[in-house]
Design a protein around this ligand. Structure first.
Ligand code: AMP
Length: 398
């Protein structure tokens, strides 16, 4: 059993990266060396051979769950699944350093489902994610993995009608997935009973801290109190977070899968230099003459530029849609679904909105501007080259 033991709130004020109110705003300068953004992908055969370890059939799981896994088309466990599933089935706490695209969602959901099948308990599982998109994707994965079972889940995210959330909670879901702010709101309204939670999953923890959710997470953890198991997933591990993480976990098993400091090796990375006076949009437009750019995520630093590029691409006959923090959740869901189905070719996105987006067949990631940090670069290009496919990343540099 573990609980969040100390209130170290004030120690973490420094996690916000935005400038304070009274500090002068400097024009941000990227610290990235463009030479690091050029790399040849390992051939796909190397990828698929890495997916030929243990088979799901070899795991001793409930028949219904085996059937659902098979229906999802998963045959072999990914490396993180091989490492995590047996440990999690034993109820041990876990710290997993793994990036999105490694199969981490199924790695934590499969043991959770197995446990719920044996002993279904309402509201006993809480999965906290930093972004709305990631929360919805975890929900989709749970739905796929529980086909034909009577296990319920509900997703609670900001930007939606909270009264609907209250109705969904009244249906007593077994698994609750949400973003920190909305979960706290529901708890404050006495609609969500956090004391029932016995398994807590904190997904993309480093993002959660980047996005300033630290206090919300601490409040949630304090309200949950004693619990049986805590799982923490993070793409990176900053030494300054070690104490915080140690307070959240009780004697955890630590696993590292393809650490977030290096990019997925199955992505071809290249840069395109745009000379002074050259029209960058024309360079972009020319790229789209290549039919191989089938499903493209185009990253921009600002919401305004995302709007402008999306509009311009559409004007030039390249179907595009944009997602960023100023768009309503309904709008974002619609654009994401259009992108998944292929009715738009380009998803123009800002960093925050694109975190956790899981579209398996993204052919290219384009950085319209060089990202600010290596971490952001790795997260962005990780949207392509997923689940055994080679991806392409192109970064414009000046
Ligand atoms: P995640 O890291 O959870 O975002 O997963 C990345 C992608 O891999 C998702 O599209 C999953 O559906 C897919 N995936 C997860 N586990 C497996 C597996 N064992 N075999 C094939 N694909 C998988």
């Amino acid at each position: 059993m573990n609980t969040f033991r100390k209130n170290t709130r004030s120690n973490f004020r420094g996690t916000h990266t935005s400038p304070g109110r009274n500090q002068p705003k400097r024009k941000p300068v990227s610290s990235l060396d463009p030479n690091l953004l050029v790399k040849k992908a390992k051939p796909v055969s190397a990828v698929s051979s890495s997916l030929k370890g243990q088979k799901f059939q070899e795991l001793n799981l409930q028949a219904k769950l085996q059937e659902a896994i098979q229906k999802k088309g998963y045959e072999y466990l990914t490396p993180i699944q091989e490492m995590a599933i047996p440990v999690l089935l034993k109820g041990i706490d876990m710290l997993a350093i793994a990036r999105t695209g490694s199969g981490k969602t199924a790695a934590f959901l499969i043991p959770i489902i197995e446990r719920l099948l044996k002993k279904p308990q309402n509201g006993s599982i809480l999965i906290v994610a930093p972004t709305r998109e990631l929360a919805l994707q975890i929900g989709d994965e749970f739905k796929g993995l529980t086909q034909g079972m009577s296990l319920r889940f509900a997703t609670f995210i900001g930007g939606t009608n909270i009264n609907m959330d209250r109705k969904h909670l009244a249906q007593k879901p077994h698994v609750i997935i949400g973003t920190p702010g909305r979960l706290l709101d529901l708890s404050n309204q006495q609609a969500l009973h956090l004391k029932l939670v016995n398994t807590l999953v904190l997904d993309e923890f480093d993002r959660m801290l980047d996005m300033g959710f630290i206090h919300d997470v601490k409040r949630l953890v304090a309200l949950i109190g004693l619990r049986e198991q805590t799982l923490l997933f993070s793409a990176t591990l900053d030494p300054s977070q070690e104490k915080l993480i140690a307070d959240l976990l009780d004697n955890p098993e630590e696993i590292h899968v393809d650490p977030g400091t290096s990019a997925n090796e199955h992505i071809d990375q290249q840069t395109i230099r745009v000379s002074e006076g050259e029209d960058k949009f024309v360079v972009l437009q020319n790229l789209f003459q290549n039919g191989a750019l089938k499903k493209v995520i185009l990253f921009t630093e600002t919401k305004r530029l995302a709007d402008r590029l999306s509009k311009k691409l559409n004007q030039y006959g390249i179907p595009a849609g944009q997602i960023h923090g100023n768009k309503s959740q309904n709008f974002r869901n619609k654009i994401l679904s259009d992108f998944k189905q292929g009715s738009i070719r380009v998803l123009v996105a800002t960093d925050v909105a694109a975190r956790g987006i899981d579209v398996v067949d993204v052919s290219h990631v384009i950085n319209y501007q060089i990202p600010m940090t290596m971490d952001s670069y790795i997260h962005r290009i990780g949207r392509t080259g997923r689940a055994g496919k080679t991806g392409q990343a192109i970064t414009f540099i000046n």
